[in-house]
Design a protein around this ligand. Structure first.
Ligand SMILES: CC(C)(COP(=O)(O)OP(=O)(O)OC[C@H]1O[C@@H](n2cnc3c(N)ncnc32)[C@H](O)[C@@H]1OP(=O)(O)O)[C@@H](O)C(=O)NCCC(=O)NCCS
Length: 205
């Protein structure tokens, strides 16, 4: 059986870079999250509708367990560096053998301003440098142009279409497989004059 635990005993860190801060969700965040979720998020993640406070409190416990106990899932809120406002989130799920799957979302008021791209680039940087993972994958519905754009902005390459791959809510979905491997050039390094991730830092939680 493949091991899914990450080889780390460290607390989930706070990651900083590119104007965005990634930190783990807390129970105090639940009222904000209830107010921010929208139908597009629910549709893309196969939920019946935006989450209730009860569901989100249970999810916070599960996210904490995912890192503190299982050592296989790191769920982060993406926050605006300037004032800490919650703009979205990212999640890393270790699949074993140095491979992880990523998910991302930006809450509606903050979309199309570069938040998802910045958050995913920062998550990738941490996954390759601190966790020393070899390969990061994302599965995106072919009609989700915003998410395909996010993947490309974070240096992912399309590897093919996985037909009828997953049930998402009421539909059986084809999914585009995208991946970025440790040897791929980081998109931030390809941006002339960019020092955005040189400001990257890792804090213990
Ligand atoms: C997908 C999602 C996370 C994008 O978040 P975002 O913060 O608006 O994305 P960004 O502003 O960082 O944009 C990233 C890239 O995608 C492109 N993009 C974003 N939204 C787009 C849209 N609606 N149409 C076309 N391109 C889009 C941007 O132009 C950008 O590319 P660039 O860097 O080359 O300019 C957001 O729309 C969302 O949360 N959707 C619902 C949940 C979801 O689908 N999650 C993914 C499940 S696989």
């Amino acid at each position: 059986m493949r091991r899914r635990r990450l080889p780390t005993t460290r607390p989930q860190p706070i990651l900083r870079g590119d104007g965005v801060v990634l930190r783990r969700p807390e129970h105090d965040d639940v009222p904000s999250l209830v107010a921010l979720e929208d139908d597009e998020m629910a549709r893309r993640f196969g939920l019946f509708g935006p989450s209730t406070a009860t569901l989100l409190h249970a999810a916070v416990d599960q996210w904490h367990r995912g890192w503190d106990v299982d050592r296989s899932v790191a769920n982060f809120l993406s926050c605006r560096g300037a004032d800490g406002a919650i703009v979205g989130g990212v999640e890393l799920r270790h699949q074993g053998d140095g491979v992880a799957q990523l998910s991302w979302w930006t809450f509606a008021p903050y979309r199309r301003r570069g938040w998802a791209g910045a958050a995913v680039r920062l998550l990738c940087h941490w996954a390759f440098t601190d966790l020393r993972l070899a390969r990061l994958e994302a599965l995106v519905e072919p009609d989700n142009v915003a998410s395909l754009g996010t993947a490309r902005a974070a240096g992912f390459t399309e590897e093919g279409l996985l037909r009828s791959k997953q049930t998402i809510g009421p539909r059986r979905a084809d999914l585009v497989l995208l991946a970025r491997v440790a040897a791929d050039p980081a998109p931030e390094d390809l941006t002339a004059g960019s020092s955005r991730l040189s400001a990257h830092g890792v804090d213990e939680h």
